[in-house]
Design a protein around this ligand. Structure first.
Ligand code: GCO
Length: 481
């Protein structure tokens, strides 16, 4: 059986010793009052403000393919996928959805579904493929066409600068472990602001630093496949610096749009009323949320950072220089939120009171979306927020085009988002993950998250029932009753 890419993400990290306190694996016992009551169902009727952005999301390595086209050089994901036994089905993103060549078809499809906003990512190795980091005009031209194609169809481009595909030549020069990475990223970001800043309305800096840190540098389940806690701390700090320097480059540029970070957040609930469960939950919240939110949104690391594993804390401390916190924390225009799963903690370790999705790591708890949005609203000075990812893989045994579980999932999560808006959160958009079935990282093509089915033999696209349902939501600007 393959490892889900975030399996154990909510499992207390006991296996890799990230926490200073000992956690034992969950007994899997059903949760209890506290997890359930924290999640009281919202009574607010689903309502979205006029102009709410209804979107879908993808990322470059997961959909583009054409990994050698027009001068692109390898990324750390090409290397990782080729390094043997890393990907469940032995596949890679070499072809993926062939979106690099079929982008017009995909944009037409989005247009037919009434999609208003498309979150895609830019493949850095297409833009700066060589060690000299000179701009590659042919690589840039792809995103130029894509953005114009979106605007022609009335779809707002939301461009992510980094969704995990670091050029291999930068990895060879030290990658995110090197402090130079912040400067490399700011330079590359500057190239993109200059090229597309007149047309892209929203820029996202770095997708999910938590997943890079935990899966890429602690567990080794994702590129670059390392198991080094100290390095993971350094990498986190450099990702934060890179974000801050890119925001500064954006402000100094002539780009017209807005810019913000993207976090994958997990509401943390105690499994019961015990003091032990509450303490474990507070620690989980530090590890899952505050460690990432605080530096970027408040300009300082959490005061209780030392509760995390000493080697990781040492990595952060060793990388930190005077003035860095201010560099990391310039104000952003919005906060991007990805939501998949809560974390529930008993005194003895993680609990799993909610049903699991077919990926094996995602507890299904729609009200968690409302809870994370309201938490960011409350604790981080009421920023504008946008959901940049939310989705599930096809259920086991599902007929390819009939996905009632996904419709239920979307409906309940949208109701939860509406509940957050009703309670004051400034949410201005929602992007379903994903437009297309695609390359799901270490799970290869074994998990399908698309609203649109892809036959990877023929590359034929066919909307699933959920795509038609989502189109109706968009037309109504709300969830049908
Ligand atoms: C994620 C990623 C996506 C995944 C999706 C499903 O950030 O987690 O952005 O690339 O494919 O989340 O696991």
């Amino acid at each position: 059986m393959s490892l889900g890419r975030r399996e154990l993400l909510g499992a207390g990290l006991a296996g890799v010793g990230l926490l200073a306190t000992g956690c034992t694996p969950s007994t899997g016992e059903a949760g209890t009052t506290t997890a359930a009551t924290t999640a009281a169902t919202t009574a607010t009727p689903p309502a979205f403000p006029a102009g709410f952005a209804w979107g879908v999301a993808t990322s470059a390595y997961q959909v583009e393919g054409s990994v050698r086209a027009d001068g692109r050089s390898p990324s750390i994901w090409d290397t990782f996928a080729a390094s043997g036994n890393r990907i469940a089905d032995g596949s890679s993103g070499a072809e993926a959805c062939d979106h690099y060549r079929r982008w017009r078809t995909d944009l037409d499809l989005m247009g037919e579904l009434g999609i208003g906003s498309y979150r895609f990512s830019i493949a850095w190795p297409r833009i700066q493929p060589g060690r000299d980091r000179r701009t590659n005009p042919a690589g840039l031209a792809f995103y130029d066409r894509l953005v114009d194609g979106l605007l022609d169809r009335g779809i707002a481009p939301v461009a992510t600068l980094y969704h995990w595909d670091l050029p291999q030549h930068l990895e060879d020069a030290g990658g995110w472990e090197s402090r130079d990475s912040a400067g490399w990223f700011a330079d590359y970001a500057g190239v993109m602001f200059e090229a597309l800043g007149d047309r892209v309305g929203s820029w996202v800096t770095i997708n999910e630093s938590k997943v890079i840190v935990e899966q890429g540098y602690q567990r080794g389940w994702m590129a670059p496949g390392k198991n080094d806690l100290e390095a993971s701390g350094r990498v986190l700090h450099h990702l934060n610096l890179a974000h801050g320097r890119a925001v500064a480059a954006f402000r100094a540029s002539t780009a017209k749009g807005t810019i913000g970070p993207c976090f994958t957040l997990a509401p943390c609930y105690p499994a019961d009323d015990s003091e032990g469960a509450r303490a474990a939950t507070a620690l989980a919240d530090l590890r899952e949320n505050r460690l990432y939110l605080d530096p970027v949104l408040l300009g300082r690391y959490p005061d209780d950072l030392e509760l995390l594993h000493g080697e990781m804390v040492a990595g952060i401390a060793g990388a930190r220089r005077d003035g860095d916190d201010a560099t990391i924390g310039p104000a952003t225009d919005f906060v991007g939120v990805n939501y998949y799963s809560p974390v529930v903690m008993a005194a003895t370790g993680p609990a799993q009171p909610y049903p699991l999705a077919a990926n094996g790591w995602q507890q299904l708890h729609p009200d968690g979306l409302r809870d994370v949005l309201l938490r960011v609203h409350r604790d981080y000075d009421a920023p504008v927020q946008v959901v940049l990812e939310n989705g599930i893989p096809d259920a086991r045994g599902q007929e390819p085009l009939h996905d009632p579980e996904r419709i239920d999932f979307l409906k309940q999560h949208l109701q939860a988002a509406a509940g957050a808006i009703g309670a004051g959160a400034r949410l201005n958009g929602y992007h379903a993950w994903s437009l297309l079935d695609n390359f799901e990282w270490a799970a290869g093509y074994t998990q399908r998250y698309g609203l649109v089915h892809v036959d990877f033999e023929s590359q034929r696209r066919t909307p699933k029932d959920s795509a038609r349902w989502y189109a109706a939501v968009i037309r109504a600007n709300g969830v049908p009753g």
